[in-house]
Design a binder for this molecule. Sequence first.
Ligand code: NAG
Ligand code: NAG
Ligand code: NAG
Ligand code: NAG
Ligand code: NAG
Ligand code: NAG
Ligand code: NAG
Ligand code: NAG
Ligand code: NAG
Length: 804
Amino acid sequence: MSVLLGFLLLLSLHPPTSYATTDTVSPGQTLAGGDRLISNNSKFALGFFKMDSKNSSYTSRNSYLCIWYNKLPMITPLWSANGENPVVDPASPELTISGDGNMVIMDQATKSIIWSTRVNTTTNGTVVVLLNDGNLVLQSSSNSSMVFWQSFDYPTDSLFADAKIGWNKVTGLNRRLVSRKNSIDQAAGLYSLEFDINGVGHLVWNSTVTYWSSGDWNGQFFGSAPEMFGATIPNFTFVNNDREVYLTYTLNNEKAITHAAIDVNGRGLAGVWLDSLQDWLINYRMPLLHCDVYAICGPFTVCNDNNDPFCDCMKGFSIRSPKDWEIEDRTGGCMRNTPLNCGSTMNKTGFSDKFYYVQNIILPRNAMHVQEAASKDECSDVCLSNCSCTAYSYGKGGCSVWHDELYNVRQQSDASADGNGDNFYIRLAANEVQSAERKKKSGVIIGVAIGASTAAFCLMILLLMFWRRKGKLFARGAENDQGSIGITAFRYIDLQRATKNFSEKLGGGSFGSVFKGYLNESTPIAAKRLDGTCQGEKQFRAEVDSIGMIQHINLVKLIGLCCEGDKKLLVYEYMPNGSLDVQLFKDNDKVLDWNLRYQIAIGVARGLAYLHDSCRDCIIHCDIKPENILLNESFVPKIADFGMAKILGREFSHALTTMRGTIGYLAPEWISGTVVTAKVDVYSYGMVLFEILSGRRNSSQEYFKDGDHSAYFPMQVARQLINGGIGNLVDAKLHGDVNLEEAERVCKIACWCIQDSEFDRPTMGEVVQFLEGVLELKMPPLPRLLNAITGGSHSTPLSSLDLP
Ligand SMILES: *[C@@H]1O[C@H](CO)[C@@H](O)[C@H](O)[C@H]1NC(C)=O
Ligand SMILES: *[C@@H]1O[C@H](CO)[C@@H](O)[C@H](O)[C@H]1NC(C)=O
Ligand SMILES: *[C@@H]1O[C@H](CO)[C@@H](O)[C@H](O)[C@H]1NC(C)=O
Ligand SMILES: *[C@@H]1O[C@H](CO)[C@@H](O)[C@H](O)[C@H]1NC(C)=O
Ligand SMILES: *[C@@H]1O[C@H](CO)[C@@H](O)[C@H](O)[C@H]1NC(C)=O
Ligand SMILES: *[C@@H]1O[C@H](CO)[C@@H](O)[C@H](O)[C@H]1NC(C)=O
Ligand SMILES: *[C@@H]1O[C@H](CO)[C@@H](O)[C@H](O)[C@H]1NC(C)=O
Ligand SMILES: *[C@@H]1O[C@H](CO)[C@@H](O)[C@H](O)[C@H]1NC(C)=O
Ligand SMILES: *[C@@H]1O[C@H](CO)[C@@H](O)[C@H](O)[C@H]1NC(C)=O
């Protein structure tokens, strides 16, 4: 799992064979080499170690005194003492108590003090104890309530359960989390998570720029972090009185292993360890997108959350420190390949620096607006005339220029050339611009040649492609042992038994097969086994992310998961009536009556409305089709298969993503490559409504006879609505046993849902109200796309579209 690659660290010292574990260092004793302090409950360990990233040319010679979870197979440092003062090979460190009673780290060879707790101890004898909650304390040897120093007061990047983050208003002590420099170096990085004295949490860059704020505590959660509400593990508590203001959390289950921290990339996170996954399951990340972290890629870079890695240099620049870049410290950014010529030649006819044009950029903040420049050329001249000017943009807002280092330049979309991002001109030495443009041109020619010959093929590939998922994972209350809340972690062998060695196949979904089984010989389940491929992995994550965090009567319920090596399974409640496509399109004895169809239409709409509006983040399902609508014993529909789902933060309304979904249900904006919103699901839902009405696929060959496409079903409906003859469009298998008023309602809604412009389509919430009869509907206009489809070739209707 690459989710926490930054924490995949190796312990380079071997545990000693003959060290009696203890939680205390007394005067005269030392802790050195591979010695550990182990808390009395065995949960935490303290010792020296060196961190090596598994896959890096970079091996560290630095060792640190750290606290970590004793029993995890990989080391996640939770606290480190001497991040700024590592012990460098070949020096060998020891932890001991110095003459003045302080806990110190000494270089054994030189007997010099590398680090000290530096407090005044008012007693003769002090001891160091690693407590059961992971707190390392320096206390009186005779009276354990006399604590002189504790690690909980000096956190590094992680918040322990029962520790506090915030202020002691009396002493002025401010406990804040500070990111580490990179995945190896324990020195403080540029990002911090801290509270202000009013109790509002902030993520801050270099102590100056706030890029995320928690909002106020409303008694249950922070305004910008509603996921805290009702979380059982961790259970957060916020306290604000005249002595203190802090946030803390408790564990309801002593055994639970949690991780709340700020990572090397400046994002806050909270998660739990899942034994079955052998990895952290991160419940929450803030902010959701890497590119929302201030200056995450350093100067002269372009940040793009759809890429991996998400940082890239601007044209004409190269990575300043590839070594740091590899261990996730990209804050050094990029540097010019060729220095600017500025100043050496400057005349009105031409300058020796030129501009390189980048499109679809989200402009960085801190622009300077130049009122006087009234054209693009003038704007360009203004920038050229000042040697510190490095970029300009000329658009609706007039002329903007940037000086010195450029931070926070974000790519808006790589899918399209005419998105609504801004233009951006980066200043480069003239020769750099020429070579960059040569490259661009040849790239375009090749691109066009390949594009023209294989457009249809590429479309298919695109559809099969998943986006590279990075970021947040969410499974509410996923828990280690008994799985009392939320999701259960199954062992593979148990699922093998439950499904009788995968003998009863229910079907094949995207990237895997689904098998029936029984838990405890009684509760029926559907176990989806994902391919051991990379795609399976991604789908697994996407699905756990989206469906793991939500519950709704019209969404299929994820009961549990299993993840052992490349064996990945997702376990759902079993749906006796299969999927909607089987009920609608296959020749069954029992035909779905109109009443059920209408109820199914409402149920699916409610499920989608919930996904889009009501749960924490907006989730776009991206693959609504009858195959993904399951029916329980009472034909209550449940939306399934979240392998393509896209999660948006609540503050976002649209996403940039690679194309996904299924031909025949794809909204036009997928094809035109602009940003997508929840309205792509509305479109797909509209297409499904047509199929519920007709009992046949919209793509059914019978609609396309002899090159005549006027029979395309959605087209027929749109026309018949105007002429008023809906009755004969309804599935003949119903033998006219139809509520015509409802049928007409369904037709109208379907036509509104498939409008070309997403703005013309209703929201799913409105669709529910239309179906319930709460809202009335106007007559829909004929969707233009239908014209295009009926006028084109039916065999590949979508790839032949020329979009307006
Ligand atoms: C350590 O734990 C054991 C039980 O596991 C208990 O008997 C003992 O009193 C504990 N010691 C301390 C110092 O808390
Ligand atoms: C290790 O790094 C090399 C080159 O940097 C890369 O090709 C390889 O895929 C990496 N391996 C892993 C397991 O990440
Ligand atoms: C510790 O003692 C020294 C000398 O008595 C004093 O100057 C200093 O302020 C004390 N520090 C603290 C934190 O009390
Ligand atoms: C410190 O130790 C000395 C001698 O062992 C003893 O006389 C004195 O009372 C002790 N002081 C404290 C504060 O315990
Ligand atoms: C231990 O220290 C605490 C706090 O300093 C004090 O209140 C308590 O009386 C001490 N207990 C003994 C037995 O000295
Ligand atoms: C962070 O701030 C310090 C002091 O304000 C400054 O010297 C330093 O250059 C800043 N770091 C970066 C990367 O800008
Ligand atoms: C969270 O902790 C508080 C106090 O520590 C407790 O009152 C509350 O019941 C806990 N909430 C849950 C969901 O366990
Ligand atoms: C002015 O610019 C032109 C075009 O780049 C260049 O050929 C000429 O040498 C420049 N003149 C001076 C005085 O630098
Ligand atoms: C260039 O722009 C900077 C920032 O606005 C300004 O401080 C500086 O004086 C300018 N230099 C010249 C030569 O105009």
